[in-house]
Design a protein around this ligand. Structure first.
Ligand code: ADP
Length: 686
């Protein structure tokens, strides 16, 4: 300590004073020294706490600061101030920057074994802060030299803590502690560690590009949809609106965001309604869904479906309300149209005498019109699903269900006949046909089926069949005898040389042959109808069969060129006579319906596991509309060009029945005026 603090030099003789004065002065000095020696550190360092205790207990005399009792007033004051403060503080004193710090600062240093505490107390600054000394020493020197305080915010100064170099941020000020003459003798450091805050800031900064990217991504997503997407803050202000919504408003994001509903053009009732809903979302934290209709600026009156949903923060507090709105005008219009057409259909179906039913995609019937209960005497509810099957005639049931289920699987139209038990206990014949139903997107939705009662027709047919059968049968015996008589007579006349009469009998014989073929045809039909046609299958090579046909037909078909090519060996399991009958029928039709001197080509090949037999002619051909009906019973094509050609329209019907009973298919390709190609297939024998 210098004598400057008392204002009198107390340290030794001074020529300016008298000896007495000097003696008194000396005595006072002695007294003061005596008094000082009696001073306790407790009278100098008053504070309580760990650092106050340590400061009092520290052997300061071993440092350049000297014993506490010798400390200058400024240092004492500063140290007391520091120890009393709850704010982290630090002092460097003197040339060696001997250190003092308080409890708050201790917390920053930490108390683990590798901590700078407690060594830092009374330590030289340079020794304590080796790692940052090059950075802070110029600042310290500057403050000591100029007396100007230094303030730094969020300065990055890594220090050794817990044995590692820790990234630490500080906000601090270096304040000079001036001696009596105003010269800075030490530095009071008031500081606070801002590491945590800086880390958070850094993290946020690092996240910013990510957030920006995410926002762009969301913008991309939301701008690609015609749906309206938006976000409200809790004051009902828009904080986000996607492109579709901005376009609907005719506003830019800058014009619309931050504004409320009314400012963005919503009518009062509409704005108030959404505000109420936002309140509801906020209160319940649950979504609110609604439908609203209002005029769109360009599109006119539209219907919108919207959902408002809560946006929650990480602790589950509601921070915003998000919304999506979809224009469902077209959907509603389509729904209304469907309802109307459904109603129209039901009205029509209910009023109709035709039996109408609707089936689902699984085949279960989900609607029967009233005509069904009128027919069956049973409530339509009981017929639903597959309930109707119970009323189908046991003999028809399998075939009926097979046709239905096969068509359902292939989703193709079907037509069939079956008997259904009526309310009188009689079976009624129904002709039923179903059309598959498809949605606009192509998905299958089931069938619409209609049926008519054909019992009368069936009965008439049966009567006709019975009649034909009976007549044919009755005609067959006399005809067979007549043919024999004609043949015998013809032979005799030829033997007697009456060739003219024999020729006439030959013609009569041919005509009788035709008549026999017709009668056989009728008998075949009636047998077919009565289910009395039997298929007796054997393994047959079709090429061999065609050879036989060729040898029988070609001599008789002198008017045409009949070619059998290509014919390949093809083995099938068939009733030989019946298939021969089909081929003969095709060929005789080709001869009948094509002009003389044209050619007829018969072929037999194998295609995809089936034998394919065809008969092609260059004849009059068949119209498209007739082609589908040719195989129906008694169907004949009308026309001038066919007037003179005899027939009853039963040949192709029988052919079809025969081929189908062999598991094959039959058909025709024809162009009027150019010719026809009749074909059938048969499964190849494995
Ligand atoms: P039809 O005894 O009347 O010939 P089909 O059942 O054999 O009976 O034939 C049915 C109808 O098909 C015939 O009336 C005829 O109009 C037509 N038709 C059959 N084959 C041919 C063909 N090759 N060319 C043109 N029309 C044909």
């Amino acid at each position: 300590m210098s004598g400057k603090d008392s204002g009198i030099c107390l340290c030794g003789p001074n020529p300016r004073f008298s000896a007495t004065e000097q003696t008194i002065s000396f005595l006072i000095w002695l007294l003061l020294m005596y008094m000082r020696a009696g001073l306790d550190v407790l009278d100098i360092i008053f504070a309580r706490g760990e650092m106050a205790d340590r400061t009092r207990a520290f052997d300061w005399s071993a440092t350049s600061v000297g014993p506490i009792t010798d400390w200058p007033l400024q240092l004492r004051t500063a140290v007391n101030l520091l120890l009393d403060s709850g704010f982290p503080m630090f002092i460097w004193w003197g040339k060696e920057k001997i250190q003092f710090y308080n409890d708050a600062y201790l917390k920053i240093l930490g108390t683990d074994e590798k901590s700078k505490h407690p060594k830092a107390l009374g330590q030289k600054g340079e020794e304590c802060w080796q790692e940052i000394w090059p950075v802070i020493s110029p600042l310290i020197e500057d403050v000591l030299k100029t007396g100007d305080a230094v303030f730094r915010e969020d300065q990055f100064l890594p220090i050794y803590r817990k044995g590692v170099l820790d990234d630490v941020y500080w906000t601090f000020s270096y304040n000079p502690i001036r001696g009596e003459d105003g010269t800075p003798e030490g530095i009071l450091v008031v500081c606070t560690e801002t590491t945590k805050r800086n880390q958070q800031l850094k993290e946020t900064e690092q996240q910013l590009p990510l957030l920006e990217k995410q926002k762009q991504l969301y913008d991309n997503i939301t701008s690609g949809t015609p749906d309206l997407m938006y976000m409200f803050d809790l004051q009902y202000k828009f904080t986000y609106a996607n492109r579709a919504l901005l376009e609907m408003w005719g506003k830019s994001s800058e014009e619309a965001i931050g504004k409320g509903l009314r400012e963005n053009g919503y009518e009062e009732w509409h704005a108030a309604m959404h505000e109420r809903e936002i309140d509801q979302v906020v209160a319940s934290k649950e979504r609110v869904r609604g439908e609203v209709s209002f005029p769109h600026a360009v599109l006119g009156k539209r219907v919108y479906d919207y959902i408002l949903a809560p946006v929650l923060d990480e602790v589950g507090e509601i921070v915003a309300v998000s919304g999506t709105t979809r224009d469902i005008t077209e959907i509603r219009k389509a729904e209304a149209a469907i309802i109307e057409s459904e109603a129209r259909f039901r009205n029509m179906a209910e009023g109709s005498g035709i039996l109408i039913a609707l089936a689902s995609e699984t085949g279960e019937i989900n609607y029967f019109n009233k005509a069904w209960s009128a027919l069956t005497g049973i409530d339509t509810d009981e017929l639903l699903g597959f309930g109707w099957c119970a009323l189908v005639h046991p003999e028809d049931k399998d075939a009926c269900l097979k046709l239905y289920m096969d068509s359902l699987e292939k989703r193709v139209p079907y037509t069939g006949e079956y008997r259904m038990l009526s309310k009188n206990g009689e079976y009624r014949w129904l002709l039923t046909s179903g059309s598959p139903r498809f949605e606009p997107d192509g998905s299958f939705t089931g069938y619409i089926g209609s049926s008519i009662d054909i019992t009368e027709r069936k009965q008439n047919e049966q009567r006709k069949n019975e009649f034909i059968s009976m007549v044919s049968h009755e005609l067959k015996t006399p005809l067979t005898s007549t043919i024999s008589y004609v043949q015998v007579s013809q032979r005799k006349l030829s033997d007697n040389g009456d060739l003219t009469t024999a020729g006439m009998l030959d013609r009569a014989f041919r005509q009788l042959g035709k008549m026999k073929a017709l009668i056989n045809g009728f008998l075949n039909v009636s047998r077919l109808e009565a289910g009395k046609i039997y298929i007796d299958k054997k393994s047959v090579d079709l090429s061999a069969l065609l050879k036989d046909v060729e040898s029988n037909i070609v001599p008789e078909a002198s008017t045409h060129t009949v070619v059998f090519a290509p014919v390949t060996e093809t083995w099938v399991n068939i009733d030989r006579d019946k298939i021969e009958q089909v081929i003969s029928n095709f060929i005789s039709n080709a001869i009948k319906y094509s002009p003389p001197n044209t050619s007829i080509r018969i072929a037999c090949e194998s295609k995809n596991g089936f034998a394919y037999v065809s008969v092609k002619d260059d004849g009059i051909g068949i119209n498209q509309e007739d082609q589908g009906k040719l195989f129906d019973r008694f169907y004949r094509v009308e026309g001038q060009d066919r007037k003179s050609i005899s027939g009853f329209g039963i040949g192709l019907y029988i052919c079809k029945e025969i081929i189908e009973r062999h598991g094959g298919e039959i058909g025709v390709i024809s162009v009027p005026g150019e010719g026809s190609l009749f074909w059938f297939t048969l499964p190849i024998e494995r």
